[in-house]
Write a protein that binds this ligand. Structure first.
Ligand SMILES: [Zn+2]
Length: 360
């Protein structure tokens, strides 16, 4: 079964953490064991592992974030530096496309033919050395590199199809996780410009007030790429039931995140034992969203497995992203139909993007 992962920060890992993502995860781990305390956790993701696991379709980000462990909020000191870094990450994706590792999915017709190719040739696509590329829709997490709302058109022309204006802390246009407030002065103009060019809004990381104000102004399709439920894990990083219901009304798909502290209440980064969380626990969030929706059409996967943490912070029974398929078995045990399982593993996001992306 084809898997769609709606949130990975691949270029950030390749460019900022110097990870050779074409290698098996075991080789990346071996290389990184030579160094101490500079690695964002034990790796679980690479292009190699995605292929092995049948993750043929992703949303991959430009992530202009400077990792500083001693800082509560981490970002570049200047917007121009963030812009330069995001352009560099974009160049990495382009190099992977040129090499045949990746296929950029800028429109719905390319998405349809990409999915058809993977589904018709799954065994070949998953095999080592396959010439069938992994698909990615280009997204940006946090908006510091968007130097003004007027620049949105240039970014769209460069391939950017999704923007999550917020990340951790206050951003240039709005407030993000761990901070409070509504849209800033240029926030409405940014959202209107996104609407004008057809760029999609990822609500993940928006502070509550910024979330509600954004939904009022932005009229186009919205998604929540990597987001769990606040009624299960009470923190502002998760969506309230009211937010989930509003997203469902807008036709959004919500990708469940595989970061332990967002999965289980009371799980503390750097303290809790990863053994206390399993992939099964993530299905509680999927169940909750399905209950609120009354169907299984609004759930997907947005693992975030390379989002600045590693094995120490992921469900203990998942070694690498190649194991992601086990989620289908968990859903099956919980009584989901095979159609609903396919929906959650890939089709819900595929259907969303077939409608939301430009035709060609
Ligand atoms: Zn994130």
């Amino acid at each position: 079964m084809l898997i769609f992962d709606a949130h990975l920060d691949m270029a950030w890992n390749a460019c900022e953490w110097n990870r050779d993502l074409e290698l098996p995860v075991s080789d990346i781990r071996k290389f990184e064991r030579q160094f101490e305390n500079i690695i964002p956790g034990e790796a679980t993701v690479s292009w190699h592992a995605l292929r092995q696991g049948g993750v043929g379709m992703t949303i991959s980000t430009l992530l202009p974030r400077l990792h500083r462990k001693d800082a509560a909020l981490t970002h570049y000191q200047s917007r121009e530096a963030a812009y330069g870094v995001a352009m560099g990450q974009l160049a990495y994706y382009r190099a992977m496309v040129a090499k045949g590792v990746l296929r950029e999915i800028p429109d719905s017709s390319t998405l349809a033919s990409h999915i058809a190719e993977w589904e018709a040739n799954e065994t070949a696509a998953r095999a080592e050395g396959s010439t069938i590329p992994i698909g990615f829709i280009l997204s940006m997490e946090g908006a510091p590199p968007i130097l003004s709302p007027e620049q949105i058109g240039d970014w769209f022309d460069a391939g950017l199809r999704i923007l999550g204006p917020a990340h951790y802390g206050p951003g240039p246009y709005c407030f993000g996780t761990g901070s409070e407030g509504g849209l800033k002065e240029q926030g409405p103009a940014l959202l209107k410009e996104m609407d004008r060019v057809g760029m999609l809004l990822d609500v993940t990381h928006l502070a509550d007030q910024s979330f509600w104000e954004s939904l009022e102004i932005f009229q186009g399709p919205v998604l929540a790429s990597h987001h769990n439920c606040r009624s299960l894990v009470n923190a502002d990083r998760q969506l309230t039931d009211e937010q989930i219901k509003a997203l469902i009304e807008r036709g959004a798909v919500i990708g469940c995140a595989f970061d332990n502290w967002m999965i289980k209440p009371g799980w503390t980064i750097g303290v809790s034992d990863p053994k206390t969380t399993s992939v099964e626990d993530i299905a509680n969030h999927t169940d909750h969203i399905c209950q609120l929706a009354g169907n299984a059409k609004h759930c997907g996967l947005g693992t975030d497995l390379d989002g600045g943490f590693g094995k120490e912070q992921t469900p203990h029974d998942l070694d690498t992203i190649a194991d992601l398929g086990m989620f289908a078995g968990i859903l099956e045990k919980r009584g989901y139909s095979s159609e609903d399982i396919k929906g959650i593993m890939s089709q819900n996001f595929v259907d969303f993007f077939l409608k939301a992306l430009p035709e060609s």
